[in-house]
Design a protein around this ligand. Sequence first.
Ligand code: CA
Length: 234
Amino acid sequence: MRLLLVEDDDHVAAALSAILARHGFRVTHARNGEEALQALLPAGAPPFGVVLLDLGLPDQDGYEVCGKIRKRTATPVIMVTARADVRSRIHGLNMGADDYVTKPYDTGELLARIHAVARRAGASEEAAATGTGTPAVVRLGTVSIELPTRRVSVDGADVPLTRKEFDLLALLAQQPGVVFRREQIISEVWRTSWEGTGRTLEVHVASLRSKLRMPALIETVRGVGYRLVAPAAP
Ligand code: CA
């Protein structure tokens, strides 16, 4: 797998590149945001499987670089940073990062996370290519969810959702009637297993219930999680 390592510290980059190479990665090293964005450009080259993005870069804000990468490619991004505080982490995930690793990290953990995001990206690409998985439009009573365009409408009228609200609804809509565990939802939608998400999930569920004007659509399964309840045909 090709991996783009964005790291301005040459010593860190050399040590990490050696470890990654031993585990079968073909590493391209970029020393700043500009080099990283340039490295992603060439057409024809096999795409990167993962970008490891150090946030403390000399030329550009790492979060902005992440946003620019996300506009150009669907390649998963793992942010690597010394900033461990909650707000930095949430900001990173909101900027489109797929995961977030705090320095100093355990190499084994880093490798596991790289494999996990690459696997998720591969699985969704495969589903898109083969047309398997969830249909492009899911209809639940008056609610229509267009997955490719991320549009949601109720009775034909568009309902603007935030990015995470849509991700949450789309996840539940993959299997209406099936209970999704809380941890599973947080892991898939917020790309974290981390406990500090507090009441984020509850807040998003409440907001969806109200925006879709169907409080009963998302059922709380106490102590477990949530599921979509397909409304009975009128
Ligand atoms: Ca740095």
